[in-house]
Write a protein that binds this ligand. Structure first.
Ligand code: ZN
Length: 337
């Protein structure tokens, strides 16, 4: 089951005890996911499709409890080849449907065409739906159930609401701002989106809409992921250090080899000779480790000083070799004739 589906399954069991909040949630669910149909004789019906059976059952029950309307649940597949089932909540034409349409600000058929066109009109309608502070959470829960989704926190963090119109998008953003959620808005093809990318904000949102189990699951996954990332970062960090030690060690070994070839280690001072020999023997040892092997032992910076001296000597030897080399090659060239 997707993480989205498990959040919705959880929320399908979360219903406020207050009628004001129940109405608000139902209104948000319809506004996000509902299709209003006008049939013959101007009869209006409503269909809301979801991919979650528990969601559909929840609002089927709310429709019955709140408005005593006739309602039907239908199950079908979107396309023949698609595995995902679609669950439809259908509210057929009936006199009582008016009460539900009023929730959406539809007093008559003409109002249908003006839906969502105007911020002020929408705010007026929704002021009657989201009456009290307690209803804000319920409205957001309904909006998530009708048009929301969330990715599995194992991957990247993303929670979104797909809105039907700009006015409602603005309205939802304002509601989310009540909880300092700082949602972003955007579009995908012809969809209007509101989304959250920060784990902290997603957790806050799940808390606001009452998805407490999902919140805990999200947190746990995030913690495990962070520990795993930190361990990886540490391992990478240590590998980088080891590489640095090996690189430095190899450079020093080369310096000692040059000295050995052009000067002879025996011609170094006893201190430098001992350090050079240890470096040849232990190319991968750190400066600290080499210092501990010296007699008497020497600190890291002391060893570092000696290594630099060895590298300087090697460099000087190389330079003088470069100066003498052309002669040598000319000499060889002469001999071959
Ligand atoms: Zn309320």
């Amino acid at each position: 089951m997707s993480f989205s589906a498990s959040v919705k399954n959880e929320l399908a069991r979360v219903t406020s005890g207050k009628v004001c909040c129940q109405r608000a949630e139902f209104a948000a669910f319809l506004r996000m996911g509902g299709n209003i149909r006008i049939g013959g004789k101007r009869q209006i019906s409503i269909l809301v499709n979801t991919e979650n059976a528990a969601t559909t059952r929840k609002y089927f029950k709310l429709a019955k409890d709140l408005f005593c309307v006739e309602a039907e649940i239908s199950v079908y597949r979107k396309q023949k080849l698609r595995k995902n089932q679609v669950f439809g909540l259908y509210l057929p034409p009936q006199p009582k449907i008016k009460k539900i349409l009023q929730l959406l600000g539809i007093e008559n058929e003409d109002a249908l065409w003006g839906m969502g066109q105007d911020d002020a009109a929408l705010n007026k309608v929704l002021a009657k739906v989201v009456k009290k502070d307690c209803c804000v959470r319920a409205y957001l829960r309904g909006a998530f159930m009708g048009g929301g989704s969330i990715t599995n926190p194992e991957g990247s963090y993303h929670l979104e609401l797909v809105c039907t119109d700009v006015a409602h998008q603005k309205y939802l953003v304002n509601l989310m701002q009540v909880f300092d959620l700082n949602p972003k808005t955007g579009t995908r093809k012809d969809q209007l989106l509101i989304y959250l990318k920060e784990a902290e904000k997603i957790i806050d949102f799940l808390n606001v809409i009452g998805a407490h189990q999902a919140l805990l699951d999200f947190e746990n996954t995030r913690i495990v992921k962070e520990i795993r990332n930190n361990v990886n970062r540490l391992v990478n960090c240590e590998t980088a250090n080891v590489n640095k030690i090996v690189d430095t060690g190899m450079r020093q070994v080369i310096a000692v080899r040059i000295i050995e070839q052009y000067l002879g280690l025996a011609n170094l001072s006893p201190n430098l000779k001992e350090t050079a020999e240890l470096r040849l023997e232990y190319p991968e040892a750190s400066l600290k480790e080499i210092g501990e092997m010296l007699t008497p032992t020497l600190g890291k910076s002391g060893v570092n000083h000696r290594m630099r001296r060895l590298e300087e000597i090697a460099e000087d030897l190389q330079k003088s070799k470069a100066k003498t080399n052309p002669k040598a090659s000319r000499h060889r060239a002469k001999n071959t004739h």
